[in-house]
Design a protein around this ligand. Structure first.
Ligand code: IMP
Ligand code: MG
Length: 339
């Protein structure tokens, strides 16, 4: 499976970082690319350590994987270097010459914008402001920053070369389908298309090279910021069920709702997944915690997964059972056959 793309099926925070990290540990990709921008925080817990990443792919935990920041990404220079230090990845992180650079003035512009901050509930990371300048063709790109010179390369050529010689590339998307600028709950959305098509466009890999699309859902749904959340529960009910979470980047409490089959079906339509991952099943079924084999999951958990699989008509191959990257039931061999 040369190119695998990890896509969010809901409102972000589905656990794409964890799923990507798991796939990196298991499949040892030659290269990984994270699209999107620094408004998205991806958490990875591995070997007892926790990283919260906003620039580089959580696939970094596989030491042989070369890490790419593609042209469609928007990053901050200080965050990039901070993450390279924290993940100890100097020498294997590469930035495209055309990657967009967010500067402090973009952050300031957004934070002073009442519509974005109060009505939309933006994360205020300067992403939309930088995107606006990119569309107006005045945004500075990575090639305009001398301090990035040693990291610059043509990431599109390098990633496509890996694919063409039979290597494995893992692509990590950000946010989720219903935060897409085109397909989400506009205007309560982020500043880019975050479905599989947008992800491929940002990274510069053609759709015919993609062999696997992993659509990620969480066992219950959450949303930060404003906009529709189907089936939203009052905060007291969320607390009673143990579904309380806080945003990785902003620390805001997340709004919560039960899993929504209708919306999930639409996410399937938009992203054409070959597989589905469901994270945090241990929150719904505590006896599932830390399990790694399908047979060891509680019967009710297996029944629920089979129900979802029937409704969505896509194999559910990965089931998250805890925070650690390796707390995962991997059914790929059983469900899809040998690869
Ligand atoms: P912005 O893209 O930071 O302007 O935020 C626009 C909307 O998308 C707000 O509702 C944010 O909370 C939401 N959003 C942006 N990035 C993420 C993310 O990574 N996870 C969850 N929500 C996000
Ligand atoms: Mg997040």
């Amino acid at each position: 499976m040369p190119v695998t793309v990890v896509v969010g099926g809901a409102f972000g925070d589905e656990g794409k970082g964890k799923v990507t990290a798991f796939l990196a540990v298991r499949d040892k990709p030659d290269a990984a690319a994270r699209t999107g921008a620094i408004n998205a925080g991806h958490t990875v817990v591995y070997g007892g350590r926790t990283w919260k990443l906003r620039v580089i792919s959580t696939a970094f935990i596989c030491r042989k994987t070369q890490i790419f920041v593609p042209p469609g990404a928007l990053i901050k220079v200080d965050l990039l270097f901070k993450e390279i230090d924290e993940t100890d990845t100097r020498g294997r992180v590469w930035v495209d010459e055309k990657t967009g650079i967010i500067e402090d003035r973009h952050v300031k512009m957004e934070r002073e914008n009442e519509y974005l901050m109060k009505v939309i509930g933006s994360t205020g990371q300067g992403v939309g402001a930088a995107m606006m300048e990119r569309v107006l063709r005045v945004l500075k790109l990575a090639r305009d920053f001398p301090e990035l010179r040693e990291l610059l390369t043509d990431t599109v050529a390098r990633l496509n070369e890996v694919v063409d010689r039979g290597g494995l590339v893992l692509v990590e998307g950000t946010q989720g389908t219903f935060l897409s600028l085109y397909h989400g709950t506009y205007p309560y959305v982020t500043s880019r298309d975050v479905t599989v098509n947008g992800i491929l466009s940002e990274v510069g890999i053609g759709p015919r090279k993609v062999t696997d699309i992993v659509l990620v859902f969480k066992a219950y749904w959450t949303r930060v910021g404003a906009g529709e959340l189907p089936g939203e529960l009052p905060p007291e009910e969320a607390a009673r069920r143990g579904w309380i979470e806080y945003g990785t980047v902003t620390g805001r409490p997340r709004r919560v709702a039960p899993f929504n089959i209708e919306w999930a079906r639409r996410a399937v339509m938009l992203n054409t997944p070959t597989q589905i991952a469901i994270t945090k099943i241990d929150v719904l079924f505590p006896d599932a915690r830390g399990k790694k084999r399908w047979e060891d999951l509680p019967a009710e958990a297996r029944k629920w997964i089979e129900y979802l699989e029937n409704e969505l008509r896509v194999p559910i191959t990965l089931i998250g059972t805890g925070e650690e990257a390796e707390d995962m039931v991997d059914r790929r061999r059983d469900v899809l056959g040998p690869t």
